[in-house]
Design a binder for this molecule. Structure first.
Ligand code: MN
Length: 128
C-alpha cells in the first residue's frame, strides 16, 4: 500500500489553484499550496512533497528561477518538478525542457485527466 502522494502547487491565480487542488483532492491526493515561488521553496524544504507543480509566471521570482533554486539545494534536488503553463508555443516548451523541468502540463488543465497525469509524473520521478 502506498501513501497518498503529496503535491505542492505553486500558482498565483486563485481560480487555477482552486481547480487544481479540488481535482487532486477529489482523486485522493494530498495538496500543499503556495502563491509565490519564494513560499513554494520554503514549503518544499519543510514538507518534502512528492512533486511540485510550478506555474511559470509568478509575482517576484518566476517558476524557472524557482526550479533552479530547488535543484541547487540537495534537500529538494530529487523532487520532480512539472511546469504549469498557459503557453502552447514549442519554443516555450523547449525552454522548459532546457531549464530542467521533468515535464509540463497545459493550462487550462483538462479536468478529466489532470489527477491521473500528476500521479504518472510522481511515479516517473526525476527525468535526469
Ligand atoms: Mn501565474
Amino acid at each position: 500500500m502506498t501513501e497518498k502522494e503529496l503535491v505542492l502547487i505553486v500558482e498565483d491565480n486563485d481560480k487555477n489553484m482552486k481547480l487544481a487542488r479540488d481535482l487532486l483532492q477529489f482523486a485522493g491526493l494530498r495538496t500543499l499550496e503556495a502563491t509565490s515561488a519564494e513560499d513554494g521553496i520554503a514549503i518544499a524544504l519543510r514538507e518534502h512533497p512528492d512533486i511540485v507543480l510550478m506555474d511559470i509566471q509568478l509575482p517576484g521570482m518566476d517558476g524557472i528561477a524557482a526550479l533552479r533554486k530547488l535543484r541547487e539545494d540537495e534537500r529538494t534536488a530529487r523532487i520532480p518538478i512539472v511546469a504549469l503553463t498557459a503557453s502552447v508555443m514549442k519554443s516555450d516548451r523547449d525552454r522548459f525542457d532546457a531549464a530542467g523541468f521533468d515535464g509540463f502540463m497545459q493550462k487550462p488543465v483538462d479536468v478529466r485527466t489532470f489527477a491521473a497525469e500528476v500521479r504518472r509524473f510522481c511515479a516517473q520521478g526525476r527525468r535526469t
